[in-house]
Design a protein around this ligand. Structure first.
Ligand SMILES: [Zn+2]
Length: 1007
């Protein structure tokens, strides 16, 4: 098992201490034969002085030794040439990686004496690539490719080793030159691969000199694999035929699977790419084609324009027979959307093309930095490991995140897709133009792109209010759930080796990154924030930057405005420590208007040990920009900002009287929770009940999320959140409902197998009923186009219908049943797209098997991508174990579903109370298969682990999980640690709070 193996390597590193010393002692002989040559004669030498009679024997043994040595050396050279393996101990190389500390790594980098630079975790810094000439020939008939690369590089420190990344490539002998080709060829002493670090080593006879440039030429070939990384292939049906395409996914470390290169983001260079392919296909890359020449019969070579300086991970190319539509920005940048011909013909790409044009113009205006390339292609592929990848000038999207069928796709599908496009376009600046120095700061690019998803969408749809509202529920509330766990980690994570890199692409990097950037943007103020960003981009364009570079630019921008805040000092607390604080505001009894404000590390389970076990929870402290306002029945004061840096501080707040309440974290711009004394909570609840509009929409959503999570973690009694949501029956805004439904579904899953579940669902329905009847159901295709729909109203209606149907509202159920029945009897789908998922799911769960079969049939016959996904998820709503099992088995064993969908099927079955146990069992039974299929894409894998386990709530299930984790050695994998912590917290909640919770409900429903 891939994961298990990785872990074993983590744990056993004893042998390498010796190996490491060998390196440091500087014997300088690079293989194990060297040991035998040097050590053995010395041992024999001592025997001579003791017994002269052994002289003859000694002479013979010396002779034998010389012969053996010669044979051995010859064999060693042969061995390298045949297999490309180093003659050392490849397996032990793995151990080295774990045994070296970061310091020793830094200490070693660039150091040459007696060292084997291919054993370092990072490329040695002696060489720096300048330019690559890459020529590829792509064979789509047997899925192989052939390549020639010529890399021009500069020598910074003298060395005789060229160490390059190369993985899964069959390489021929390298040629190395000084200056111009064919002049000054350098003699290659030997060439070998060191697979443990995925590098190729070319050892020269002599040393290269500093400040001179050289060239290495390599020829290679490799397979175009089916796996979704490197240069891979995938298929799609067209007019009954199976069509193939080949495309790259290099981020984070897979460029090395397509050509030998310096595959670290810091090694920026220019690239000139040529691709030879059959003329029935077309080829694409980051830059436009500058010329095509016909080759032998039926073949053509496309030559692409040289790129600007860039990193290897966002280089890209594709060979396909797609068609496209195009548009031009005002400045003349060509944007094309490439997809399978039928999708282009249907117009499925038109929407994405249209918004991309507007977004390029928006970002150019916002950043005051022009888009750097002459064109931008968007490529819609049927299979991709992520939603999309921001390759500069050739961004690749999975079809579901870029193709849209007007009239069929729902608003949420549209919104999802829009945000993915906004995200990838933002990366053309944050990531591609300015690139993080190293993967530990991947959140710099991902946090920005995620934050701008909301800012950019607001530009496209000003009424949607994404950054002020939707950001709260989708980002802030979501990530605080994860970051409130002891198994969380700091947003800047040390990355020691290649295999750690996938791990840093998680929700903490994306969502916490975005939340911290938003908090900072609010502290700085929009114009200053924008000025800082512009300076940052201009200073580091075509280069790399680390977080401190950003903090410096922000501090400078603040100083220019006369505000002296050391941004680094503030932000280091937020980025280098995991978690976030809960700020508690307590009104003092004295009459001097004073409040006590304290901070502590918010954690769901106070008994859980933080991952960084050297620290106790109480040692965490932040610099918190707390905004605070005072309110009474009809009015709220303007906010003031208090910096809270100590564990507990006393502050004086004006305008307070007996009946006024305090509200912290105005509009939830800060990344923390706020708690109050019980009296203040009561005053806030009264305010919401009497006139909730005094408190902003954002804060109403924030209060709901805070109050439920504070109670879940035991900071508050269980009745406070239940009392607070009573005001919802008067709430007419989407956001507070959205915040409420998120916390309520969580509680629902926690309670859906308890005896008194009905008490809870009845209580929720009581809050939902009036607004459900007020809003009613949408009518089919009321506006013709989803783009025109009034998003807030439609989303609110949808949210309320979903709550009503899932908590068992009778009218909602009847409505769903009659819509499905109408569809089946008329064979015309008149169900409004925005509620189709709710109707299908409700229908499947309440109606008989024929409905399941009907949806199953529709799933097969539907061609619209968005509709297919909704149909598939509906199939998981059945309460029939036989059907659920059938679906689970089909999803994994057949080629029917895209990889992401397989995961979604399992997760959705787990959400169904009737399927939870099945999914959990299926997950354990098929773990080997799932893990081997998704092992590389840990991101997907951790989503699966989380999705299947998060609603396990019983002691027995916890034990099953513990048993499973133990057997699969998973305790050290963060996804397993997190799963264990969540299930432990679920079990703990039941034992500590369930009774208190139902007791209040019983009382409230009878009174
Ligand atoms: Zn991204």
């Amino acid at each position: 098992m891939a994961l298990d193996n990785k872990r074993d390597k983590h744990l056993s590193f004893t042998a390498m201490v010796i190996d490491d010393n060998t390196v440091r002692n500087g014997r300088g002989l690079s293989d194990q034969w060297a040991d035998s040559v040097v050590v053995r004669p010395r041992t024999t030498e001592r025997h001579i002085t003791v017994h002269k009679t052994l002289v003859l024997g000694f002479a013979i043994s010396i002779l034998t030794l010389i012969i053996v040595t010669i044979i051995a050396v010859l064999l060693s050279v042969k061995f390298e040439e045949c297999t490309g393996e180093p003659s050392g101990r490849p397996a032990s190389g793995n151990h080295t990686k774990f045994n070296q500390t970061r310091d020793s790594q830094v200490h070693h980098r660039g150091e040459e004496h007696g060292i084997q630079p291919w054993k370092l975790l990072r490329l040695p810094t002696s060489l720096r690539p300048i330019h690559y000439n890459l020529h590829l020939t792509v064979f789509m008939d047997n899925f192989t490719f052939h390549g020639q690369v010529s890399i021009e590089f500069e020598c910074l420190n003298s060395t005789r080793f060229i160490v390059l990344h190369a993985d899964r490539l069959e390489l021929q002998r390298a040629m190395v030159y000084t200056g111009e080709r064919r002049r000054g060829a350098l003699k290659v002493h030997r060439q070998f691969k060191y697979p443990a670090n995925q590098v190729l080593v070319i050892a020269l006879n002599g040393e290269m000199e500093p400040r001179r440039s050289y060239k290495v030429n390599l020829t290679f070939h490799a397979r175009i694999e089916y796996e979704l990384l490197g240069f891979f292939r995938s298929t799609y049906p067209q007019l009954g035929d199976k069509r193939y395409l080949a495309v790259t996914q290099f981020s984070p470390i897979h460029a090395r699977k397509a050509f030998p290169c310096f595959d670290e983001p810091i090694y920026k260079a220019t690239f000139k790419i040529s691709i030879k392919h059959e003329s029935s296909y077309l080829s694409l890359s980051n830059m436009p084609v500058e010329g095509s020449e016909p080759d032998e019969e039926g073949w053509v070579t496309d030559h692409f324009v040289r790129t600007p300086r860039m990193s290897t991970y966002y280089l890209a190319w594709a060979v396909c027979n797609f068609t496209y539509k195009e548009t031009l920005t005002n400045r003349g940048v060509t944007i094309r959307l490439y997809a399978r011909p039928d999708a282009i013909q249907r117009g499925s790409g038109d929407y994405a093309l249209h918004i991309t044009k507007r977004l390029l113009e928006f970002y150019e205006d916002y950043f005051k930095v022009k888009y750097s390339l002459p064109k931008l292609d968007l490529l819609a592929v049927p299979k991709h490991p992520y939603s999309a990848m921001e390759n500069w000038g050739l961004s690749v999207f999975v079809e579901q995140k870029i193709l849209l069928d007007p009239g069929v796709s729902s608003v949420s599908y549209l919104m999802d897709l829009t945000m993915v496009v906004v995200h990838e376009i933002c990366h053309q600046w944050f990531g591609d133009l300015v690139t993080p120095v190293w993967w530990e700061d991947v959140w710099l690019k991902e946090g920005f792109a995620h934050f701008f998803e909301f800012v950019g969408t607001d530009f496209l749809f000003p009424n949607w209010n994404m950054e002020k509202q939707r950001f709260l529920t989708d980002v802030l509330h979501e990530v605080m759930l994860l970051d409130g766990l002891a198994s969380s980690h700091p947003i800047s994570q040390e990355v020691h080796q290649a295999t750690d890199i996938d791990r840093v692409f998680d929700w903490i990097a994306y969502k916490k990154g975005a939340a911290l950037i938003r908090m900072l943007a609010n502290v700085m103020g929009q114009p200053v924030f924008q000025m800082g960003l512009k300076d940052y981009l201009i200073t580091h364009m075509y280069g790399n930057a680390a977080r401190d570079d950003l903090w410096n630019k922000f501090s400078e921008a603040m100083r220019k405005e006369g505000k002296d805040i050391n941004v680094k000092e503030v932000m280091d607390r937020w980025t280098l420590q995991m978690g976030f604080p809960v700020v508690t505001i307590i009104k003092n009894d004295s009459l001097d208007d004073s409040v006590t404000i304290s901070q502590e590390h918010f954690i769901f389970d106070v008994d859980a040990k933080p991952r960084d076990s050297e620290r106790s929870n109480s040692s965490y402290q932040w610099h918190i920009p707390l905004t605070i306002a005072v309110g009474n029945s009809s009015h709220i004061s303007t906010e003031l900002t208090i910096w809270v840096s100590n564990r507990s501080e006393l502050h004086r707040i004006n305008q307070m009287d007996e009946d006024s309440w305090l509200l912290g974290n105005i509009n939830q711009t800060g990344y923390f929770r706020v708690n109050y004394d019980l009296r203040n909570w009561r005053l806030l609840i009264e305010q919401l009940m009497s006139n909730h509009e005094v408190i902003s929409v954002g804060n109403r959503a924030g209060l709901i999320d805070d109050v439920f999570n504070l109670a879940r973690a035991g900071y508050l009694p269980q009745n406070i959140p239940l009392e607070l949501i009573r005001y919802l029956s008067q709430e007419k805004e989407f956001l507070p409902w959205h915040a409420a439904s998120r916390v309520l579904y969580h509680l629902d899953k926690l309670l859906d197998r308890t005896e008194e579940y009905n008490l809870f669902s009845d209580y929720i329905l009581k809050q939902v009923a009036s607004i459900y009847h007020m809003l009613g159901w949408p009518t089919a295709f009321s506006n013709g186009s989803v783009v025109q729909v009034a998003y807030q109203t439609e989303e609110l209606r949808r949210e309320v219908i979903m709550l009503a149907c899932s908590f068992g509202h009778k009218h909602c159920h009847q409505q769903a049943i009659s819509l499905i029945s109408d569809w089946i009897s008329s064979n015309k789908n008149r169900i409004p797209p925005n509620v189709r998922d709710i109707v299908y799911c409700t229908g499947v769960s309440l109606m008989d098997e024929d409905v399941w079969e009907f949806i199953w049939m529709k799933f097969h016959s539907s061609t619209a991508i968005s509709e297919k996904k909704v149909l598939l998820e509906a199939l998981t709503c059945s309460d029939n174990a036989f059907l659920l099992n059938r679906l689970l088995n089909l999803s994994l064993s057949s080629d029917l579903l895209p990889n992401q969908d397989v995961i979604d099927v399992i997760i959705h079955v787990a959400r169904n109370p009737h399927g939870r146990h099945l999914a959990w069992k299926y997950f354990r039974d098929k773990w080997d298969i799932l893990n081997s299929r998704y092992g590389e894409a840990l991101f997907i894998n951790s989503k699966l682990i989380n999705g299947v386990t998060e609603y396990l709530t019983t002691e027995a299930e916890l034990n099953e999980l513990k048993h499973f984790v133990r057997n699969n050695g998973g305790g050290t994998i963060s996804s397993f640690q997190r799963a264990l912590e969540i299930v432990e917290a679920n079990v703990r909640w039941h034992s500590l709070f369930e009774e208190q919770f139902f007791q209040w409900l019983r009382k409230s429903l009878t009174s």
